[in-house]
Design a protein around this ligand. Structure first.
Ligand code: AMP
Length: 124
């Protein structure tokens, strides 16, 4: 069975205004803010406002309006941050094998430098 949504997760607390974030962009259904521990010159997280554990949950349960808003927000944020011209990477960790740390769907936008290969091959 899929993991139940935990309303005490850190991104739920950001959405409720209980803890601050460095906001980049906000729409009816999505919020983007700077990652607290950036791994590249641009490292922003885009989250849906709805209570979705990860991509699996969101893709199964979100409304078409939420999905459209979220996809558009990700693209708009990348353009707003100026990384669309030189390129950027989207990454969303989903579940245990991906080491997802925060159980609220988020897409990382990485950019601002060449990002190297996507993953190491098995055994490297
Ligand atoms: P993941 O492993 O994909 O679940 O990544 C979680 C991300 O959330 C990490 O890159 C953290 O640095 C980031 N993070 C954790 N807490 C906060 C916070 N309060 N504000 C912004 N980013 C955070």
């Amino acid at each position: 069975m899929a993991e139940a949504y935990n309303p005490q997760n850190i991104f739920a607390r950001i959405l409720r205004g209980e803890i601050p974030c460095k906001k980049v962009h906000e729409t009816a259904h999505s919020l983007a803010f700077h990652d607290i521990n950036p791994l590249s010159p641009v490292h922003v997280l885009v989250i849906p406002k709805g209570a979705y554990v990860g991509f699996d949950d969101f893709s199964a349960k979100a409304s078409a309006e939420e999905m459209a808003d979220y996809v558009k927000a990700i693209g708009d944020v990348a353009r707003q941050l100026g990384v669309a011209t030189d390129g950027y990477r989207l990454l969303s960790n989903c579940g245990a094998n991906a080491n997802q740390e925060v159980p609220h769907l988020h897409v990382h936008i990485f950019g601002g430098r060449p990002l190297g290969r996507m993953l190491k091959k098995d055994g490297e």
